[in-house]
Design a protein around this ligand. Structure first.
Ligand code: MF3
Ligand code: CO
Length: 291
């Protein structure tokens, strides 16, 4: 059902202004792209100024958790300890770790080491050793608002090959951010990520991607990093999503551990890296909400 708003009616955004002097031009611009056949966002997925404030409050916890991990992660630490840090810091700051019980996920954080692509289970038995690369993926709920970001950590003496994988993956994420623009397309970001990774001889995981985020942990649209510029959802101010490519040193194929249906590995057991930022599209560009 579509309800037609009169030009003199109050705007749907809640500003209290008349529609014609508020979001009418914005909606016309979206409609133009929809008529050309592009996928366009629904109003309900866009974040208003007061939502953005709440997202930033949630992200403040998420960033604090990752900052703490960055300072304290080291050789000899088991990843169950990281899970405890995440739970304790998040709840002390008034938040809830979003992964805990999400679709049955049994921990507060994902810790993915070396050939683990994502969703690695923290464990007393996984002891970080020199040469490991590890992704720690944190997500927080505060006041019903979700934040989500992840970082890579190098443990001890890491080989130049693995260091480069971690660096290039981070660069690719930021190239994706640079390509993210209001009234551009999600595919512009995807292609920028893809091209940088493949130019360095890496592959980008196809089956698992990013997502809209904020009101829910995982909102539409699904965000891939192998799509073409000029395709995918139209990016408009108020749209919030994650840039979180999973980049493999070797072949692109992955598999999920049948023992728990969560932990994802590279098929060839070569290393994989991932960084994640949560990004708001603004009137003039972008703002990174969580990192
Ligand atoms: N934090 C992951 C993401 O970036 C999702 C993890 S799902 C979980 O989207 F259940 F493992 F938490
Ligand atoms: Co995410």
């Amino acid at each position: 059902m579509t309800i037609k708003i009169g030009r003199n009616d109050p705007c749907w955004c809640g500003s209290g202004k008349k529609y014609k002097s508020c979001h009418a031009a914005f909606d016309d611009r979206i409609k133009h792209y929809a008529n050309l056949g592009h996928e366009v966002p629904e109003h309900s997925m866009l974040k208003k100024a007061e939502d953005v404030e709440k997202l930033k409050a949630s992200a403040k916890i998420n960033v604090a958790v990752l900052d703490y991990i960055e300072k304290n992660i080291k050789e000899g630490l088991d990843t169950a300890t990281i899970d405890k840090w995440v739970y304790d810091i998040t709840t002390d700051m008034g938040g809830i770790p979003a992964p805990l019980n999400y679709n049955g996920y049994p921990y507060s954080v994902c810790t993915s080491v070396n050939d683990q692509v994502c969703h690695g289970f923290p464990s007393k038995d996984v002891i970080l050793k020199s040469g490991d690369i590890v992704n720690v993926d944190c997500s927080t709920i505060l006041d019903g608002y979700f934040s989500d970001s992840s970082r890579m950590f190098l443990i001890g003496d890491v080989s130049p090959e693995k260091k480069k994988l971690v660096e290039v993956t981070k660069e690719a994420m930021y190239k994706g951010l640079e390509a993210t623009k209001p009234w551009g397309f999600l595919g512009d970001m995807s292609q920028a990520v893809h091209d940088h990774c493949y130019a360095n001889g890496y592959t980008v995981v196809r089956e698992i991607g990013g997502h809209g985020v904020g009101f829910e942990f995982h909102e539409d649209p699904w965000v891939g990093y192998n799509e073409k510029a000029g395709t995918g959802m139209l990016l408009v101010p108020g749209f919030v999503f994650t840039i979180e490519p999973m980049v493999n040193m070797g072949k692109v194929e992955i598999y999920t551990d049948p023992k728990n249906d969560w932990e994802v590995y590279t098929k060839d057991h070569q290393p994989s890296a991932q960084w994640e930022i949560m990004v708001l599209v603004t009137e003039t560009g972008t703002e990174v909400i969580s990192w």
